[in-house]
Design a protein around this ligand. Sequence first.
Ligand SMILES: *Cc1c(COP(=O)(O)O)cnc(C)c1O
Length: 744
Amino acid sequence: MDDSIHDQFAHIPERISGLVDLAYNLWWSWNPEARILFKQLNHQAWKASVHNPIRMLREIPVEFLNRAAEDPAYCHRYDIVMRRFRKYMSATGTWFSEEYAGRPPLTVAYFSAEYGLHHSLPIYAGGLGFLAGDHLKEASDLGLPMVAVGFLYSQGYLHQQINPDGWQEDVTEPLDRDAAPVTRVLDSDGEDLVVRVPHVDPPIYVAVRKVQVGRIPLYLLDTDIPCNDPHNRGISSRLYAGDQDQRLRQEIVLGIGGRKVLHALGIEYAAVHLNEGHPAFALLERIRERVERGMEFEEALEEVRATSIFTTHTPVPAGHDVFPVDLIDRYFAPYYTALGIDRMRFLQLGVHPESPASGFNMTAFALRASAHHNGVSRANKVVACDMWKCLWPGPPEATVPIDYVTNGVHVPTWLNTRMKGLYDRYIGPASPDWLSEHDDPVIWELIDEIPDTELWQLHLWLKAKLLNRIRERERIKWAAHRGALNPAAEGAFLNPSILTIGFARRFSTYKRAHLIFEDLERLKRILNNPWQPVQIIFAGKAHPSDNEGKGVLQQIYRYTQDPGFGGRVAFIEDYNDQVAQYLVHGVDVWLNNPLPPMEASGTSGMKASLNGVPNLSILDGWWIEGYNGRNGWAFGSETASCDGRNAVDAAAIYNLLEKEVVPLYYDRSIDDVPHGWVKVMKESIKSNGPRFSSRRMVKEYVARYYPSLLKGAGPEHARRPAAAKPRTPAWKLQAQEKAEEWNE
Ligand SMILES: *Cc1c(COP(=O)(O)O)cnc(C)c1O
């Protein structure tokens, strides 16, 4: 790690100075033993840091650190955790090294516009980002050789504040770089490594930051540096820039710049995995480099295709980036020549056959420039094939070469620590190392050994923890004189003994957050049933420019304030992965009711299942594969929308609640345990835990795609000594001069 980091933490006693290394590797976040080391320094400081060890180590009074360093018990634990950490990082005896022994460890480069790893690194908006984050964590656990590329957004993602009228205010806070688990990547002069994005004029420069995700390095591109003009500095300021010019420049920087950065770092890789179309220009740059080495364009395209995999999620044409031709000309004119092709051939690469005049379609390009494509669930594959069959004209029965790998979630991240403790106690005797084999369904059969009472008691404890947490947030707001007038919305009246439904996700219109309010009177009767009441907790952000989504949110917020709902509907502000953790551990049922077939996969329901929270979900996305008749509830047809669909789907939810869900929940034995309900909880854990794990998912990518991608593929660059740091090139010196001009 960069020495300057250690200098910044010189106040930490030598005896426990490894805490800094631990804090700068997100490995700590999915290993409870490591988390406890930080927490034990001081519980209050841990809370005040919002579970961010870097912030905590910067802010905690030195006496706590000294006390820990002198406490033999703390030091023993520290030594044990550090030994495990170093052993993990040495990467011997991993699943991959054993399974693929003897193969050259060729690396896959993973490109994504967002990563959901931890809330101290707000470079994500939703599911696409968490998928990427979980993919990296799992690749690390399995010992897969992988390197990843993304953006360091200087403004993070928006924070959400709801004003008293229920309207979402988008609050942007500049990323606190000193508190994020990010280090600078330096060049041989000990300065920021800065790379120029090739063939773009006027030039764009990117600095490189690094996040260590276990064994996997994630390089983040940062254009907010002095040698860029203000317009260019803004390229990496926020996720998915709104205006098309800036959006295109983002994608150029991510794909082409990202490719160049790996090159500058001397990182060799043999295959590329694109998470959605945003980074697809990475493939273009791979082709260009081959052309530069003397290959014909078509041959270079073929070679790149054979070693590229493209994962698509978005099930609607409007969700895919399309850039007008004049914009493409503006940035790519020099590129046409560099590729040795004419403008027409270039534009053809991004043509959508059904709307050829619309511009350069990033997904069409990604599909043409990669040989391996997949959707993220079985249903998503069908939609993708239908949407893109025009790229493979032929008889109707001909298969479209898009397959699927259903998403999964990183179990060590999303399984609550106490819940894991419970599973340890009952799975452990038969399979002590079960967590490292957790994609094996047989192991999970042992969940049945857990006595109902124990599982139920722990669930109630997690529910209490959720409600405490909600009240604490409310108290803080109240003390700060914000929103003090709306206790119902903020969850003050939530009651731990009442059946609690959770609904939390992005407020995109297709997710239909308001669906359950379709028949207000019927919903009121369900919530206010004096013998078997129900409460609902909502959370989620609307995209800053999505006024329709904000309107839906406002409507729900107003309902929370309507006494007719009895204070039984709450809305938790500022959904992020931490709020998600509390919710998926602590509610009783997880509700999902998007408009089919719009849910590409959905992953929050998998997180809930894993913790014994059954799903009540429409048959869409992953639930079509996950539902088995015993592990939760399903409704709705998979076919596309029709008039009146909202009413039909809402009625299905009411019926399920009234006839099955609510009665089962309140059906208690003499011991006050709902045994029937606990049976559904267990079934939900057993059936979904192994299958919808990122372990199963990443192994599937490995088995089906990566080895064939890597087979015979030579390393992308000629071998260089690994330790060599790039020299300062002439253009950088010029850029520095330029920076001085800007600063004048
Ligand atoms: C898991 C997760 C998501 C994705 O959930 P979906 O069910 O796919 O919508 C979004 N945001 C956060 C904070 C998450 O933890």
